[in-house]
Design a binder for this molecule. Sequence first.
Ligand code: GDP
Ligand code: MG
Length: 196
Amino acid sequence: MSHPKEERTLVLVKPDGVKRGLIGEILSRFEKRGLKVIALKMSWPTKEYIAKHYLGEDDWLEMIGEKNRIAFEKQGLDLKEKMGTTDHKEIGRKVKGWLEEYITSGPVVAMIIQGMHAISTVRKITGHTYPIESAPGTIRGDFSVDTPIAANIEKRAVRNLIHASGDEKEAAHEIKHWFGPEEIHSYKRSDEDVMF
Ligand code: GDP
Ligand code: MG
């Protein structure tokens, strides 16, 4: 196993984050925590490209369905009435389609973040998938307020500013998808000797 401070994760500032002028704010949250940007670019992805980013594997589709079940139950709303089904995978597939529309609606900023337990640390800084549930102090909790209920009624993805890899498997796949080895840089930050 490599050292925890070598861990890498992929972050995208989604089109709503770019259009709202939040690239710098988002980047600085990671930098201030002591994480290092080791690759960075802006691109306007195609649907085909995003379909290969979100693989939509069975466990991901299931997870999206389950998150919806919980969110609807919490609000006392009927999942079947709003989504036309209670089947987790079918809900997951619908969300995946909306997500492809959302991420391709404008340019995104892609970056690789490296640092101490980068995958889970970045997720904590990012906040809950549903901004309405995100704690204040997190990026989603400070700058967004969308809910899956509103998004599902409007047949669009939840707007939550950022994508961040969910686990090691996603991080490995996504880093390779977005960056070639020649685009990834190795350097030392001046505060590394002081921080850890
Ligand atoms: P993340 O890892 O926190 O970004 O969340 P997921 O991997 O679960 O979902 C990917 C993206 O799909 C989210 O960031 C949202 O933009 C969108 N999304 C997730 N769940 C829902 C949902 O229940 N309804 C809608 N409309 N969009 C969703
Ligand atoms: Mg995810």
